[in-house]
Design a protein around this ligand. Structure first.
Ligand SMILES: [Fe+2]
Ligand SMILES: [Fe+2]
Length: 139
């Protein structure tokens, strides 16, 4: 069972991963050019905004718990073409889904029930992103 300090440290890692997701999707959108790039571009911009919402939520939670939200961004890959971008994103979204289910369990252990529910919702958001990407990959 995670202590409150460990929980905050994990949330900081989550936040660094969300900053990375915001950067990744934004840069990918910028690299999608031409008519064929337009569908991916719209999707990536939409996801960038949703990841920013996640980042803001985590930053607020960390502040509420007495921490100072990190500005650090986890390392990330952008990809050289749309297929590669979709593959990178799918892998990352699946990892993020798992991460938020784990975090929801930690919140439950700490008796933070409202946060538990919200983190489960974030896991569902990431799983939804993964589903969209998988569809576009034709899997
Ligand atoms: Fe996210
Ligand atoms: Fe996501």
């Amino acid at each position: 069972m995670a202590s409150k300090e460990e929980f905050i440290a994990h949330l900081q890692e989550d936040l660094a991963a969300e900053w990375a997701a915001v950067h990744r999707y934004t840069l990918q959108a910028a690299r999608c050019t031409g008519l064929e790039g337009e569908v991916a571009r719209e999707l990536f911009l939409k996801e960038a905004r949703e990841e920013l919402e996640h980042a803001l939520f985590l930053a607020d939670v960390i502040t509420d718990l007495g921490g100072e939200p990190t500005g650090q961004c986890a390392p990330f890959e952008v990809g050289q073409n749309v297929q590669e971008m979709l593959r990178i994103n799918l892998e990352q979204e699946l990892a993020d889904t798992k991460r938020y289910f784990e975090r929801a369990e930690e919140a439950e252990d700490l008796g933070l029930e409202d946060l538990e529910v919200h983190l489960e919702q974030m896991a569902a958001d990431e799983a939804g992103h993964a589903r969209t990407l998988r569809r576009l990959l034709g899997r």
